[in-house]
Design a protein around this ligand. Sequence first.
Ligand code: ADP
Length: 296
Amino acid sequence: DLLVVGSANADLVIGVERRPAAGETVLGSDLAVHPGGKGANQAVAAARLGARTALLARVGDDAYGRLLLDAQRAAGVDTVGVLVGGAPTGVALITVDPSGDNSIVVSPGANGRLTPEDVRAAGSLFHASRVVSTQLEIPLETVVEVVRALGPDSRFVLNPSPPRPLPRQVLDACDPLIVNEHEARVILGGAAVGDRPEDWARLLLAKGPRSVVVTLGAEGALVASADGVARIAPVAVDAVDTTGAGDAFTAALAWRLGTGSPLTEAAGYAARVGALAVTRPGAQESFPTAAEVAAL
Ligand code: ADP
């Protein structure tokens, strides 16, 4: 079973001709509201593939919190670990211009109130999970407590997004640490790391993780462990919207690892899931079922 510990946000999206300057008002399109946040996205992606999935997260006692809970339940996620209250639900205010560029303001809200104490109180969810997957849209001290709460047989998967330098006990627990190029550079501390993903992977491994996965968008991915470095071939698709591809990839990988797949095999499966997720618009709406992956 998979436990995702992470964020849940309502994504509020408005299309604009151009962004307002300070003091200015512009008119935009109708508002679209989508369930999002990396933790919530991962949980939905895994459940849609058929994984038994639970989410440990915090939302506000408000309409967006209910929308997020409904989306989790509709996907089949166990929501006993979704705590309610303490602050408004996390929100991302997103404007998209005609060229598709977006500008985003995130209010973490209740995500920032998911505490180490909440993790300690969720002990039974940890005991029931072979794999625990986390990101960094919740407080770092909470992620540290997740590492402490891991059972002796449970595996820890981290996508450090948004990236920041990580303490050694978190890095040491990762199996794997999953990063894109930007995240790799931040975790490596802005050192001169060159342009070869193989080099980033080796440098990251030297920081403590048992394994590392570097995602490379349309170029596929790369896995690195004590066994060496291997390329995961990209799956050729017509990309429509890459939102959530990384979350779908991470969720699929975590689930496959929990079923006993070796890392390279799990990453190959995850690359197919990520590829399918970019062929459809949106995040949670774009995640494929296992049947769709099998048909690819
Ligand atoms: P992030 O969103 O975290 O930056 P990526 O863009 O690297 O993550 O996407 C995660 C994974 O999804 C990639 O490693 C790849 O397997 C798959 N993927 C993403 N974009 C594409 C694409 N355009 N074509 C095929 N696969 C893709």
